[in-house]
Design a protein around this ligand. Sequence first.
Ligand SMILES: Cc1ncc(COP(=O)(O)O)c(C=O)c1O
Length: 386
Amino acid sequence: MDDKLNLRRCIENLSLNPGAEMVRYGRAKKDILSLAQGEGDMPTPDFIMEGVRKAMMAGKTFYGPVLGYEEVRQEVSNYYTRLYNINMPTNRIFMTGSGTTAMHFALNALLDKGDEVVALTPIWKNLLGAVELAQAKFREVALRETEGQWQLDMDRLISACTKKTKVILITTPSNPAGWVMSREEMQVLLEFARSQGIWIVSDEVYGRIIYDRPHAPSFLEVAESEDRLFIINSFSKAWAMTGWRMGWLVGPAQSENAIRDIALYNNLCPPSLTQYAAMEALRHGEPFIRQQLDLWQSNMDFLFKRFETIDRIHAVCPQSTFYAFFRVENEPDCLTLARRLIDEAGLSLAPGCAFGKIGTGYMRLCFAVSQKKLDEAVDRLEKALK
Ligand SMILES: Cc1ncc(COP(=O)(O)O)c(C=O)c1O
């Protein structure tokens, strides 16, 4: 970086993001089939578009309240009652201009320079980047891949926490591993965090992308309302709204003023029209989610059948999300492999090292695409690995 700019040290020292780097590398080339990013290829459904069109014509184009329209916050509250059977007052729900924004609001509210975060990995790189931007430090505790599944060693997670630990950072369901934290594990961790005064920040953006039940367990189901807990969520994945930029944060009611201040100085308010899209998604989105899940389940079955025929690929079938996270025999350097796949096979996948140290040697493939595209991607992968 150019010394003359004299930027903040934490910006100059940001760790590399090999995932974002590979997405850029692939985008700059022609005829690349990309399954590197975390989004499906299904457009936003019409009923959401129509709701937004109506809002637009009704003149909903002005600034709104800093933490979102009350009717949208109420709709999120109704969603928690309907689906999770929990009572969530609107003064605990903060609408944000994306899940990513919700993450920054939570971490900005909590982290001072030098604070320690214990992060359960593999983890979506942006969460670690946000810790770096807050000038805090993170310590990685890795899930273990044993006996064909990802597992949490709770004792290791707990013993990684020190007096300096301010936050335990969890992504459940996990991007990229597809692992899901159980309700019992949540209970144990929450009790430990309570006893130490540590915050839990749980990213539950993939909570609806689960194949054997209506939703993944949420910390909100085991927590008390005043627990030191922030939940990050988003409309991007389950409702096919990645480009709209809308998410929400849930925190204790006592954090409402702090989050309002952060949100005010950050972007004044979440986008108005997009909140109407979110409202339509929450009110009428369940059949669409079920339709997507059927498609992704059949994609997963198809993909893992094909993987069985490729000797060098070792993959754990995910419990949740739309990612396959797999190792390739004799390819310990996933960044080199990612670059080679783009150059030689025209296939862009995310290198596992983008998700923390444990991810080195893995690749992540997003299967939320048409089966034709998926088939073509596996053909290219198979050819490159021969
Ligand atoms: C775990 C996780 N959280 C948050 C996000 C981002 O959500 P949004 O699009 O709402 O910023 C992603 C996107 O890939 C993700 O994987």
